[in-house]
Each structure stands twice: as C-alpha cells, then as structure tokens.
Write a protein that binds this ligand. Structure first.
Ligand SMILES: Cc1ncc(COP(=O)(O)O)c(C=O)c1O
Length: 393
C-alpha cells in the first residue's frame, strides 16, 4: 500500500538514520550503567556527556545547563512548577498566553489550585502576544512568565527577546517552550534572554520520550525527581542512555544544517501555499506573515469542515485539523479561538507541516489532492466564495 504524503512534521518527525546509528550501541552491546566506575560504565557515561555537549551546542549554552527529560511535556512541567515554587515567597502572580500547548496551560491551571494567580494573555489575529500589553499586566507580585517560542498550530513566533528584556527589568523569571522552534530557527536562550527553555526530541528527528530543559547556571530549582543523584541531583533515575545519545545526535545535525533545512522546508511550504491559495478561492493562510516558522502552514477553507477535507485527502496526504466538527457543533482549537477567527474560516482550518525529508514531488501531489478536495467540497457554492473573496472576506 502506498502511504499518504507525510505533512505532519509538527506532530512528530521520522527518525533520522544517523540518530538511530548513534543509539544503536546502547541498545545492542553497550548496556553498562553510566554511574558504574568499572569499564562497562565508561562508554555509556561518555555518550551521555557527549550528548549533553551536543544539545548545549544547538542551544549555545554550557553543557552543565542541560537537563535531560522525557520530552517537551516534562520539561515544561518541571520548568514552570519549580520556578513558581522557587519564587512563591516573593509573589504568586504568573503569566502565560492563551495559545500555549496544553503542557503549559494545564500546569498553569494546576498552579491556580495551589494559590497562584494566573493571567492568560490574549493574542492578535496573527497569534502574537503584544509585548506592550504584557508589560502593562506586570504587578509587583509577578514572578514568572512562560511564553512559547513558536506556536505548533499556526507557526507564529512570539517576541521572546523583547518580552524577556521586560521580564529581566522587573526581576521576573522567564521560560520559553521551544519544542516547535528548535531545529527550525535559532533557539539560543542567551540571545533570547530566557532562564528556562524546553525542547522535545521527537520534533527534531530523535525518538519520542526524550527531551531537554535548559536551566540557566545558578538557578537553583528543586530537583524534578529525588533519588540516587543522577543528572547532578536534578533528576534521579538511571539515564536513558540510548535516547539521550539519539537526542544529542539530532541536535548536532540540527545545528549543522539549520539554515539549509529551514530554507528547504520554507521553499516547499511556500510552494504548497501558493498552489493551494492560487487555485482555491475562499482559502487563506493563517499566522504571522513575517514571524512564522519556516515549515508550518495553517490553511483555512471558507465554509468547509476541516475533518471532511482531511477525510477527502486521507489516502494521499497526512495532515491535522484545527477544528473538529460534530453534527451541528464545531469545536475550534484553543489557538484559533484565541485568534478570534471568523467561525466560517476557522472550522475549515487544517495544518500542514513540512520537514527535512519532504520533497517537491510530495508537495505537488499534496497540493493536487488538496485543491481537488476543496473544489469538490465547495461544489455548487464555488461562485459564492469567489464573491466573498472579492469582497475581502
Ligand atoms: C509547543 C509544544 N510544546 C510541548 C509539546 C510536548 O512535547 P512532548 O510530546 O515531547 O511531550 C509539544 C508537542 O506537540 C508542542 O508542540
């Protein structure tokens, strides 16, 4: 069976063969415990430290500032909960945005049950938070800001450096969730000015279940897990050596080819968008026109239902919906809702995301399938959408 073209790299990426090769010795022969002082521990221990340096290389930080975690969700949980607890004597006001991933939003909701007061900032119609708006929300008891670097659904990149400067001026800790941006654009905590930064392995061609958290040197967060003192006492438990080695290799590759990969993903993404919007009246692209991830395309089809579009193309293209329609109700994603999108546009929104392995041929096949599906579903209403578009809909 011919599999559909994979255009869901924001959901997860295929494994880079070089990543699998880097992991292989630790699944096959090098089974030792990195904490062992005998010879069996030597290669695993070295592999963990090599990987730490490779992750630090991608993030432009010191290796000792890298903590290995089980992925983006754990990195976000640990960063936000521990930072909030660290600062709770100084204040309990914490700020995030309405378009965060659930692994941030749910942590904020949890902290609200523990006596913290959370502010969920609105975004504009492109999905961006206003730095000036954020500054006006800061209070004397604000202790933490967590804002995603780039959005997973629409790709909008937040003004992190600008907001981090505001945070620093006010003595507020700043975390960013860089799960979607790492490997696509520069994600250096030093230039962004953040104290905490999360990444997820499976968004950059390493396996699922591995990630890392950058913790700025000197920031004394409570350990995530107490036990035998691994990860400098910050996350006890025998290290997942193979996965860590894989993440290291993925970060090394991402850093080496960052510009080239970004240009490749963007050229294909733009080709797809041009083909679809050029062919389909009543289609439009969401997200910030300039500050947007190079690989992410959120496309809306006016008046159509995302699930029906995906159903039409399911044998040819694998992509995600931005809205789910159930009989007479439509559940829009929280991101599209926060962007205050017109319901008729929002309910017909799908996300396509290109990756390193995407090819021109795949993009042309996907564009063909998508335009055919949209035309079919628009059917007799086609003239109406043309009219709406001319009216600036
Ligand atoms: C922006 C963002 N943050 C966090 C995560 C969670 O990462 P993980 O799946 O590694 O827990 C994701 C995954 O979809 C994401 O897109």
């Amino acid at each position: 069976m011919q599999l559909p073209v994979y255009l869901d790299y924001n959901a997860t990426t295929p494994h880079d063969p070089a990543v699998i090769e880097a992991m292989r010795p630790f699944l096959e022969t090098e089974f030792g415990n990195p904490s062992s002082s005998h010879v069996y521990g030597t290669a695993p221990r070295r592999a963990v430290e090599t990987a730490r340096a490779q992750v630090a290389g991608l993030l432009g930080c010191r290796p000792e500032e890298i903590l290995f975690t089980s992925g983006g969700t754990e990195s976000n949980n640990h960063a936000i909960k521990s930072a909030a607890m660290l600062c709770r004597e100084r204040g309990r006001h914490i700020i995030t945005s309405q378009v965060e991933h659930p692994s941030v939003l749910e942590v904020f909701r949890f902290l609200e049950t523990k006596g913290f007061e959370a502010r969920y900032l609105p975004v504009d119609e492109t999905g961006r938070v206003s730095a000036a708006g954020l500054e006006s929300e800061i209070r004397s008891d604000t202790v933490l800001i967590s804002l995603m670097h780039a959005n997973n659904e629409v790709g909008t990149i937040q003004p992190i450096a600008e907001i981090a400067r505001i945070a620093e001026k006010n003595g507020i800790l700043m975390h960013t969730d860089a799960a979607q941006s790492a490997g696509k654009i520069i994600t250096e905590p030093g230039s962004l000015g953040v104290s905490l930064l999360s990444i997820a392995g499976h968004k950059l061609y390493a396996p699922k279940g591995i990630g890392a958290l950058y913790i700025k040197g000197g920031l004394a967060l409570d350990p995530f897990c107490h036990g035998a003192g691994q990860e400098a006492g910050r996350r006890a438990g025998t290290e997942n050596v193979a996965m860590i080695a894989g993440l290291g290799k993925a970060c090394e590759t991402a850093k080496r080819n960052l510009e080239k990969n970004a240009a490749h993903m963007q050229a294909l993404r733009d080709r797809l968008e041009e083909a679809v919007t050029g062919e389909i009246s009543g289609s439009k692209i969401n997200g910030h026109p300039e500050h947007r991830l190079p690989n992410t395309s959120s496309i809306s089809f006016y008046g159509l239902e995302a699930n029906r579009v995906l159903d039409e193309i399911k044998d040819k293209v694998a992509a995600s919906a931005g809205a789910a329609c159930h009989s007479d109700t439509v559940a829009l994603s929280h991101v599209l809702s926060a962007m205050a999108m017109d319901q008729q546009w929002a309910k017909g929104t799908i996300r396509l995301s290109t990756g390193r392995m995407s090819t021109r041929q795949e993009i042309d096949e996907a564009a063909k399938a998508l335009t055919a599906a949209a035309k079919k579903l628009q059917g007799a209403s086609h003239r109406k959408w043309n009219f709406l578009r001319r009216g600036g809909g």
